[in-house]
Design a binder for this molecule. Structure first.
Ligand code: KG4
Ligand code: ZN
Length: 336
């Protein structure tokens, strides 16, 4: 079966065609139109601008996805679209477009949860990831530890109580004077710094829980920068990036390790934009090896928002009997 996946929850408009046969999934095309250059002018995502840019791009990326996959809309057996959570105006663009395509062409439609979509990026791996497994979802809008009992049953066992991990990377980077989104540049700078240079606080909430708090860590870095400003001293960019990254990664590993002890998963996965971070990937690889667990990490282009991961989750939702119609709506509410 060919599945068309459409994603427009934040600042990337994407459409993809995947081929799905039992649990074997193949990406035929995955077109991503990024709005990052536009939002960079404002230092972050401007929701109204995002909605307009999605409106301009959605038909074009869908056409390109079909062309690159060498198929027509009539060959598509299912349309999946991100309908929650995300920026409401941005989500509505993808949802309304997908509903129109599905209705006009008599194709079944499934609304997809964005975080489940991120986790589904690992279903393309070879051999494929199969539930049950434990996944860290680390993106610009979300930070959760999710236990996937099946392709459609999820239990969130830990989450951030304030900022998301990527949001913390971006806000710290912005205060250091780096352009939006600064996560990737922080990753690069951290490789040249001393991770022990500055003692920033942990983002792991103490006690018997699997939750995080990134706002205290973020504030601590910002205060550190203010103190340097007051003294008129330059920022040791590499050391700040390395020390901040160390604090983030150590916190994540601490809770991930506790979750493994508690849940004894058969496999470990990471997903989301921040899963592209090289320091996080190295630390999670070491943890998986220590625990003797198979580890699944999406290739870098599949970490950020894309239509292929949405198509993958739509396929498994559909197999489990889920189907939506023209009453499908978008929702900004985090429901996982
Ligand atoms: O998953 P994603 O594309 O969007 C959301 O669903 O939120 O994640 C985007 C986030 C941004 O905060 C970006 O700075 C961060 O992922 N990011 C990184 C790296 N690459 C992207 N953060 C740290 N290191 C990276 N290499
Ligand atoms: Zn995302």
């Amino acid at each position: 079966m060919l599945v068309l996946g459409i994603e427009s929850s934040c600042d990337e408009t994407s459409a993809a065609i995947i081929e799905a046969e039992q649990d074997k999934l193949t990406v035929k095309s995955n077109i991503i139109a990024s709005q990052i250059e536009t939002h960079r002018l404002y230092g972050g995502v401007v929701p109204e601008i995002a909605s307009r840019a999605h409106t301009e791009a959605v038909a074009r990326v869908t056409r390109e996805a079909l062309e690159q996959a060498g198929c027509k809309l009539g060959d598509v057996g299912l349309i999946g679209v991100t309908n929650r959570p995300g920026l409401i105006g941005a989500l509505l663009v993808g949802v309304n477009f997908a509903k129109s395509l599905a209705y006009a062409n008599g194709i079944p439609l499934v609304g997809v949860q964005h975080i489940c979509g991120h986790m589904a990026a690992n279903y393309f791996s070879e051999p494929p990831l199969r539930p049950p497994y434990l996944s860290l979802v680390a993106s610009g809008g979300h930070t959760s530890l999710v236990f996937a009992e099946s392709y459609t049953d999820f239990r969130t066992v830990g989450r951030t109580r304030d900022d998301a991990i990527g949001e913390a990377f971006d806000k710290v980077a912005r205060n250091m004077g780096l352009p939006y989104p600064g996560g990737r540049e922080m990753d690069r700078l951290a490789a040249f710094g001393d991770p022990e240079a500055i003692a920033f606080p942990s983002a792991a909430i103490s006690g018997d829980n699997l939750d995080f708090s990134f706002s205290g860590l973020k504030t601590s870095v910002i205060n550190y920068l203010h103190r340097l400003d007051q003294k008129g001293e330059p920022y040791p960019m590499e050391d700040i990036a390395a020390s901040f990254t160390r604090s983030v990664v150590t916190s994540v590993i601490k809770k991930l390790s506790a979750a493994i002890e508690e849940l004894s998963p058969a496999a470990l996965a990471i997903a989301g934009g921040v899963a592209a971070n090289s320091h996080l990937r190295a630390a999670v690889s070491a943890l998986a090896e220590e625990k003797g667990l198979p580890l699944y990490m999406p290739p870098l282009p599949m970490c950020g928002d894309n239509g292929a991961m949405i198509a993958a989750q739509a396929y498994f939702d559909f197999l489990a009997g889920k189907m939506d119609d023209c009453s499908l709506n978008a929702s900004a509410v985090h429901d996982l």
